[in-house]
Design a protein around this ligand. Structure first.
Ligand code: UT7
Length: 334
């Protein structure tokens, strides 16, 4: 008897039109196009107009996914939003999205797993489908990173951009859908990438603002080493557990934090360029949005077909590590 699996049946994305190029950043901080391109692979990033909440990117992405599937918002049972830039600390951005979308029957919650947010949220959504509890789950990865960037810190402000991606999960009883996942957390890494103030540990004060503690802080080289090791380790473990090797993978959709991290994992798995999605040059690191945006790039470039083995992998603040293995179901794409 075939197993009931959660399948991605639609995808929608939203990136702001406004573009911030490396040349633009040269006028803001002491950096260069050459440094950014060679160290990260980033050429430009899309950024919102200041004051735009994350939900304003999510709603068009969700509407696009629903339109492509020919469904209305009332068809949704559950909305899961992965983000580190919620509209407010509470209520959850999922609640705001539910209201703006008019998803009258849906409940929802946010997931805080930084760059691994999308694989984590996808895995959670899949559980509700597999148990039969729900038939339509919207899983979102979205961040307005520019709202938490310090444009006086060249080590971080050049790395990130804004964006949103939403997928619809529905049950299928064929060979496609989410096959397995492998997630890890190593909380001893919390000190290397974080936003120190504004939470219960250091509530907002004039002092914390003066010390610029409401912005992203990162020890980049340490995160880089951890990410290179964990990307390959997580992906390989998940493949091995399912009796696959790197050569079985048809499409590797990696979190887009640094082209050098993606290429290190690509090399270790022995994957040709045709099987690896790279769009960091265009969007920078959009945190929870990178994987759905990369899936959209793969679809634009007609690089994924029904039945393909697709591997999603991310490493992020926490540290969090997440990989999801799926067989692509084939979706409407226009
Ligand atoms: O998505 C969440 C997870 N995050 C990541 O995966 C990010 C992982 N880390 C990285 O991608 C890299 O570590 C960075 C791109 C952040 C930094 O690259 P790096 O090669 O590790 O550089 P570094 O931090 O070791 O800095 C090297 C030099 C330093 O100068 P000195 O001290 O050697 O004189 C930095 O001050 O590069 C300097 N630098 C810059 N120079 C020009 C750092 N940022 C810049 C900049 N422009 N934007």
């Amino acid at each position: 008897m075939s197993q009931r699996r959660a399948c991605i049946t639609a995808l929608g994305t939203c990136v702001p039109e406004r573009v911030l190029t490396n040349a633009d950043l040269e006028g803001i901080v002491d950096t260069s196009d050459e440094w950014i391109r060679t160290r990260t692979g980033i050429e430009r990033r899309h950024v919102v107009e200041p004051g735009t909440p994350t939900s304003d990117l999510i709603v068009p992405a969700a509407r696009e996914a629903l339109r492509r599937r020919g469904l209305g918002p009332e068809s949704l049972d559950l909305i899961i939003v992965a983000t580190v830039t919620p509209d407010m600390i509470f209520p959850a951005t999922a609640c705001i999205v539910q209201d703006k979308l008019g998803a009258s029957r849906a409940w929802g919650f946010d997931v805080s797993a930084a760059c691994s947010g999308f694989p984590y949220a996808l895995t959670m959504g899949a559980q509700f489908i597999q148990t039969g509890a729900h038939r339509r789950v919207l899983v979102v990865g979205a961040d307005v990173m520019t709202s938490i960037l310090d444009y006086e810190d060249r080590k971080t402000c050049v790395l990130f951009g804004d964006g949103a991606g939403a997928v619809l999960l529905e049950p299928r009883e064929d060979e496609t859908g989410i096959l397995d996942f492998s997630h890890q957390v190593d909380g001893s890494g919390a000190c290397y990438l974080n936003l120190p103030a504004g939470g219960s540990q250091r509530p907002a004060t004039h002092e914390t603002v003066d010390q610029r503690l409401h912005y992203v802080h990162q020890q980049g080289a340490h995160v880089f080493k951890y990410a290179v090791r964990k990307f390959a380790e997580s992906a390989e473990q998940l493949l091995l557990r399912n009796d696959f090797t790197g050569t079985d993978v048809d499409l590797f959709v990696a979190h887009q934090a640094n082209i050098r991290i993606i290429e290190a994992a690509q090399q270790r798995m022995g994957l040709p360029d045709s099987k690896v999605v790279k769009n960091i040059n265009e969007y920078g690191n959009t945190t929870a949005a990178t994987i759905p945006l990369a899936l959209a790039t793969a679809l634009d470039e007609k690089r994924v077909d029904r039945g393909d083995l697709v591997l999603l992998t991310a490493v992020g603040a926490g540290f969090t590590v997440g990989s999801v293995l799926l067989r692509w179901s084939g979706i409407a794409w226009d």
